[in-house]
Structure formats: structure tokens, C-alpha cells
Design a protein around this ligand. Structure first.
Ligand SMILES: [Zn+2]
Length: 277
């Protein structure tokens, strides 16, 4: 069952749990994650990202995900993660994604604000929600420059002027695989949470500890973007099967799906969203 991002984040905030956003651009990952959500009766967000469109274009991905989402009882939101261009973000809204992220976090503050406001107006006119990022979560943990923690004093102004529905913040996480254990700035999160009622989003949630998840949910994150751990588990399952057995794709496919399900279930349990659907 497809619902709006607003509804999903509001319920997560009211009942103090986190929801997982999983990028699932192929059938194995999408089915696996949905089976995980159904098994745990958990709301879930399925998505794709601009960087993943070579694997499956927006139209096809939306057709696949909306068809699968309509077949399950648990609430599902369809989301475009990390749209970098206005064209892609608008296209996703036009196609019917209920939520989009327009990532302008590498631009100067004022440009980030004006670009998000322009696309927020577009999204809202068409009934979609939009996520912006304030501060900058790096894409590669080997990057030693470019990380920018979210400044709590900018949050009210950003949310008011952009009219975004969800806010991605930088409090110590990074995308991809961590070389060293990330240090989370929970004090910064609590300061931001006190300032705004908006749904808060954490990017780079793969590789966090069980305690990290519990603390982040307690201190006010509603949406957790999780990709690397499920992606690696899924391809590892394919690798393991092919290494020791024949290469029949149907046997690989069921193992990928089962691995995606198992990896997603592990995360959903930590987020506290099991039984909330
Ligand atoms: Zn991200």
C-alpha cells in the first residue's frame, strides 16, 4: 500500500521509531526488502537514486516498485534518493514518485536554499514531498575534505525558506564503507531536533552499530538511508553461490532475494519499526 512521505514521517515521529529507505532498483532487492517489511509488519521506503539510473531507468523502476508496493499490506513510500539535477527530480515527480531528494548540499547556502524552494514548489503542486540536505555527507569515506556538519543555527531558516518536508543532516556519518568507526555527534542531533519538527534523515546508515541505531532513533532521526549493507549482502550471496555451484541465474536470483530480505530484516529490527505497520 502506497502512502505519502508526510504521513510516514509523522507517524515515525509520533511513535518514536525509524523507517528504512532502501534503494532497490532490481527485482531481487525490491522483493527481498518488501518481504522483510511484511515479515516484520514494518513500514518501508523503497527508492532509487540518480546515480543508479543506468541499472534501471526512472519509468521502469517506478512501474516495478509501484506494482510491488500495491501488492503488500504494509505502508510503502516511493522515493528518489540523491537527485542532483532539476531535470531528473522533476521527471521523478512527474512519473509519480511520492518523494524526492534534491541534493544541493555541495552548493553555497543561498543557492541550496533557492534551488530547493523552487523544486519544493514544483513537488508540492504535484502532491509530492521533497527532501533537502543541509551540511554535506561525503560520498566516499576516503575523502578527507568536503565533510560539512549541519549547523543547528541554520536549520530554522533553511526549513522555513525552502519549505522542504524532510531534512538530511550531517552529524558524522558518510556514504559507503567506513574505514574507521564513525563518531556520531548526538549532541548536534539533539540541538537540531529541538529547533524543528521536520522529519530528520540520516544518510550513510550502513555499518552503524546496534547502539548507534537506538541512540539515533531516541534522539530524533526518522528516516535512515541504508544501501551499502543490503547491496553487499545481495551480491555476496550471488558470489557465494556461483563460486561453489552452477551458474543458473534462477538459483542465483532466489539467493540474492533471500539475502536482501535477511539484511533488511536486521536493519528494520534495529529501527524499532517492526510491528508499526
Ligand atoms: Zn545519501
Amino acid at each position: 500500500m502506497i502512502i505519502s512521505m508526510k504521513e510516514m514521517l509523522q507517524d515515525a515521529r509520533a511513535r518514536r521509531y525509524g523507517v528504512g529507505m532502501f534503494n532497490t532498483f532490481n527485482l531481487e532487492m525490491a522483493l527481498g526488502v518488501l518481504e522483510a517489511a511484511e515479515a516484520l509488519r514494518a513500514p518501508v521506503i523503497l527508492g532509487t537514486a540518480e546515480a543508479l539510473l543506468d541499472c534501471c531507468d526512472l519509468h521502469l523502476c517506478h512501474s516495478m516498485l509501484s506494482t510491488l508496493a500495491a501488492r503488500v499490506k504494509v505502508p510503502v513510500v516511493l522515493h528518489l534518493d540523491h537527485g542532483f539535477t532539476e531535470k531528473t527530480v522533476k521527471q521523478a515527480i512527474d512519473i509519480g514518485f511520492g518523494s524526492v531528494m534534491f541534493d544541493q548540499s555541495e552548493l553555497p547556502y543561498e543557492e541550496n536554499v533557492s534551488n530547493l524552494k523552487r523544486l519544493a514548489d514544483y513537488a508540492h503542486e504535484k502532491g509530492a514531498a521533497i527532501e533537502g540536505e543541509l551540511g554535506h555527507v561525503v560520498f566516499d569515506t576516503t575523502e578527507d575534505t568536503g565533510y560539512a556538519y549541519t549547523q543547528p543555527e541554520e536549520v530554522s531558516d533553511y526549513v522555513a525558506r525552502t519549505d522542504v518536508d524532510a531534512l538530511a543532516i550531517a552529524i558524522g556519518t558518510a556514504h559507503g564503507v567506513y574505514k574507521e568507526k564513525p563518531v556520531l555527534d548526538l549532541e548536534r542531533l539533539r540541538a537540531i531536533r529541538e529547533i524543528t519538527d521536520i522529519g530528520l534523515v540520516l544518510h550513510g546508515s550502513s555499518g552503524l552499530s546496534d547502539d548507534d541505531f537506538r541512540n539515533l532513533v531516541r534522539d530524533g532521526i526518522q528516516k535512515f538511508n541504508i544501501y551499502t549493507d543490503v547491496s553487499f549482502a545481495t551480491s555476496q550471496a550471488a558470489h557465494d553461490w556461483v563460486k561453489g555451484h552452477d551458474r543458473c541465474i534462477e538459483k542465483v536470483s532466489v539467493r540474492m532475494r533471500a539475502a536482501a530480505k535477511e539484511a533488511a530484516m536486521e536493519k528494520l529490527r534495529l529501527l524499532g519499526c517492526a510491528g508499526k505497520a
